[in-house]
Design a protein. Structure first.
Length: 251
């Protein structure tokens, strides 16, 4: 049966400007954009909702929303698409033309041992996945499923000396800065994560500085949008790396 086309808003990709960096791919929750033959491509018209969540991610300005004849957005088709392996963003085996691995999803076993000692000299990692930036992780990333989520202000791991052992161990971490990044974009991203990933718990790790205090509010607002109640703890640390407060947020 031939698809009926209607006049609506839809993403348009300027191939001349696109350098294939892939930064737009994780921002499309519907999996409508993929890197094919070194360029970002709209894989199917009915996967694109035309809302333009990917627009701010392209450093080359290759993305725009236009109004034209196109297949209607099909939510059921999107669900099937996301369940297929073809919808998974670039894997560790994929190589982007720009050589940047930031959008290549990876899951691996942490190397942090239970008896790791501060005096041992050698340090090990509790990180279990890549990427870690909020903007780069798609809501359907496999490592988010049923995860204990650690949402950290990006200054916190620098300030806190035992971040991996005390906070990261056993958790999936997402980092970002509510002062410099897109707050509304964060809210939408976390709302999608809460809808799709069945998150078990959330720890929000922030500095005591005022600009960090927006991060817990972002998480709470996203839960409200998603209609979810997830046990959440807010941890505040000082610039000298001391834990100042630990408080449970209202679910």
């Amino acid at each position: 049966m031939k698809s009926v086309k209607i006049k609506r808003k839809i993403i348009e990709i300027d191939e001349e400007r696109c350098d294939g960096c892939g930064q737009c791919v994780p921002s499309c929750a519907e999996g409508a954009i993929q890197i094919i033959d070194g360029k970002a491509r709209l894989v199917a018209e009915n996967y694109c909702d035309g809302l333009g969540a990917c627009l701010g991610e392209c450093p080359q300005g290759a993305l725009s929303v236009v109004e034209r004849e196109a297949e209607g957005f099909d939510e059921e088709a999107v669900e099937k698409h996301l369940q297929s392996k073809d919808a998974i963003p670039p894997s560790a085996d994929a190589t982007l033309p720009c050589g940047c691995p930031s959008t290549q999803l990876q899951t691996f076993f942490p190397t942090l041992q239970p008896d790791s000692s501060v005096c041992s000299g050698a340090r090990s990692s509790a990180l279990s996945h890549w990427p870690v930036q909020i903007r780069l992780v798609p809501p359907n990333a496999p490592f988010l499923r049923r995860a204990d989520l650690l949402v950290a202000a990006d200054c916190a791991p620098v300030a806190y000396p035992n971040f991996h052992a005390d906070f990261l161990k056993g958790k999936v971490v997402l980092v970002g800065c509510p002062k410099f990044d897109d707050v509304q974009g964060y809210v939408m991203k976390f709302a999608d994560i809460f809808r799709q990933a069945d998150i078990r718990s959330v720890t929000v790790l922030v500095m005591e500085v005022p600009c960090c205090q927006g991060l817990p509010a972002i998480v709470e607002r996203a839960m409200e949008m998603a209609g979810k109640k997830v046990p959440t703890e807010k941890v505040v640390i000082s610039p000298r790396g001391q834990v100042l407060t630990r408080d449970a947020l209202a679910a």
